[in-house]
Design a protein around this ligand. Sequence first.
Ligand SMILES: [Zn+2]
Length: 317
Amino acid sequence: MGATGYFTHPTCWKHEMGPGHPECPERLGAIEDRLLISGVDMALQRREASPASLADIELAHGRMHVAALRGLGDALREDMAAGGPTHTSLDPDTMINAHTWDAALVAVGAALDATDAVLAGELENAFCAVRPPGHHAGRDKAMGFCFFNNVAIAAKYALERHGLKRVAIVDFDVHHGNGTEDIVAGDERILMVSFFQHPFYPEGGSTSNAANLVNLPVPAYTRGMDIRELVDMMWLPRLEAHKPELIFISAGFDAHREDDMGQMGLVEQDYAWITQRIKEVALRHAKGRIVSCLEGGYNLSALGRSVEAHLRVLADV
Ligand SMILES: [Zn+2]
């Protein structure tokens, strides 16, 4: 069995969107605490991510979007030096601070470094404990706490830079990964499977708009047993048929029963079960290669426990 990597960077803690915002640096602390207390950290190879290049980010995003975010960061720092506000709002829940640009670069960089490491055979799989998250960020748009789409960029990177023929993206966040869909829809090299609470933020996603998307909208209060049945019936046959050479996970844990951001009923054991199912597909087709990136998850205790459950399966401990 290969090793499991844990990619993160101190700058991911410095991006914050103002007091009381749920997508807060403490999320990473809750994960780290839980991994330490449980001893799971002992089974992980910890690595510091490097910043992604703009050329790699532009595999999934328009040049104008990248330049605009960089420009906003530069302008904010200049304004702050002159005594101005500490944040710039991009939408009602998405703000940048002086560190957002750098944090966004290392969040993408973690996913790319993890991709490099698993494809080099140094690691079997990896988890990227990063923020800002990515799955709402579309080709030309930041929204929903997301600026660059870490997973979609890494998927394109695996195809374009490493020459893979087929990859899969599994998204189990409570919200529809509309940004990922925007970037990968119609790219037959990428199969995206997801479930998400519907109707719910960010709306849309109720139909699969392209043949490479398996969207499973589910009503509020859906429990883990129903999700497991959907995964078995709807995700697995498509994943098996696609034969991905690498599987990316948009690992949001906000479908947890204790997470008030959504109204679904998953618990830690469900995340472990889903991860096991994904791992079995990866072992059959992808030499076990999985790159998982943190998306949502806002109840700090539930987030820590869920990531522990996810990593126990990935690291086989
Ligand atoms: Zn979410």
